[in-house]
Design a protein around this ligand. Structure first.
Ligand SMILES: [Zn+2]
Length: 256
C-alpha cells in the first residue's frame, strides 16, 4: 500500500508539472516586460492577520505598498498555526493604499471547478472585495496552490489584469499575463534571507520580480517568514534602486 500511495503521489506531482508547463506554454494573453528600471512587488496569499499587522506595516514604514490576494471564504478563519484577516482588516489594507487582489472565494484549485462554478465563485469574491473599497473594474489574481488551468485560461485573461502562479523566476521579456512568475518567500529562514540575491539579479538585468509569502511572524509557518527578513528584503529592494509597487501599479511601468 505504501508503495502504491508513493507511486500515485509521484504521478500526481508529474501530472501537475505537465499541466503547469502546458498552461505556461499556451498563454491567452501576454505581457512584454521591458522595463529599464527593475520593478519589485511584494504580495501575500490568503492574508493571515500578520500579513496586515507586520507585513503591511513594514511596507508602509518604508513608504511603499503591496498586493494582498484575498479568498473571502477564509476570512476570520482560525487555524492551528495562523488566523486569517477579517473584513475590517481588508478595509484597513485598502484605506492604507494597498491593493486587494482575488484568490478565489474558497481557495479552490481552479482546474477542479466547472466553467460555471468558477465564474460564480470569482463573481462572489469580486463583489466581496468591491464592498471593501470603491469597485475595481479589473483586479489581479493569484492561483491557490499556484495551480492554473488550461481550459479556463481565457476566463482569467478576460477577467483579470494578471494572474500569478509560482515558479520562482523573474518576469522578463514576453511573459504569460495569465500565469505570471512568482518568487516565494518561505522557510527555512536563511533561504528567505538569501532572496536578496534575486534582488541583485533583477537590478543587474531589469525585469519584474513578484515576491509572494503568507504570514510574517516571529514564529512563521513553513509558508511565511519573520518580520526581520521581510523588512530586510523590502529595504534592500528600495536601496538597490528598484521601483517597489503593488502589481496594479507595477503594470504601468513594466512594459517600458
Ligand atoms: Zn493561497
Amino acid at each position: 500500500m505504501a508503495l502504491l500511495s508513493k507511486v500515485s503521489g509521484k504521478l500526481d506531482y508529474l501530472r501537475e508539472r505537465v499541466a503547469e508547463r502546458a498552461v505556461r506554454a499556451l498563454p491567452a494573453s501576454t505581457l512584454n516586460v521591458a522595463c529599464r528600471r527593475p520593478v519589485v512587488s511584494f504580495t501575500f496569499d490568503d492574508v493571515p492577520c500578520t500579513a496586515l499587522s507586520a507585513g503591511a506595516k513594514i511596507l508602509e514604514e518604508n513608504g511603499v505598498r503591496g498586493t494582498f490576494y484575498i479568498a473571502g471564504g477564509l476570512l476570520n478563519r482560525v487555524e492551528p498555526d495562523r488566523n486569517i484577516i477579517s473584513e475590517e482588516g481588508c478595509r484597513e489594507l485598502a484605506a492604507a493604499g494597498h491593493e486587494l487582489g482575488c484568490h478565489t472565494f474558497g481557495h479552490e484549485i481552479v482546474h477542479t471547478l466547472s466553467g460555471r462554478a468558477l465564474r460564480e465563485n470569482l463573481t462572489r469574491n469580486g463583489a466581496l472585495l468591491d464592498s471593501f473599497e470603491p469597485p475595481v473594474t479589473k483586479r489581479n489574481f493569484a492561483y491557490p496552490y499556484n495551480q492554473g488551468s488550461l481550459r479556463h485560461r481565457q476566463l482569467f485573461a478576460d477577467r483579470y489584469e494578471t494572474a500569478r502562479g509560482g515558479g520562482d523566476r523573474i518576469n522578463r521579456g514576453k511573459v504569460n499575463r495569465g500565469f505570471l512568475w512568482g518568487m516565494e518567500i518561505r522557510q527555512p529562514e536563511q533561504d528567505a534571507l538569501a532572496l536578496v540575491r534575486q534582488i541583485d539579479d533583477v537590478v543587474r538585468e531589469p525585469g519584474w520580480l513578484v515576491f509572494f509569502t503568507h504570514d510574517v511572524s516571529d514564529t512563521p509557518t513553513p509558508y511565511g517568514c519573520t518580520p526581520s527578513t521581510f523588512s530586510t528584503l523590502v529595504r534592500y529592494a528600495i536601496s538597490s534602486g528598484c521601483l517597489v509597487l503593488p502589481v496594479r501599479d507595477a503594470l504601468q511601468h513594466v512594459e517600458s
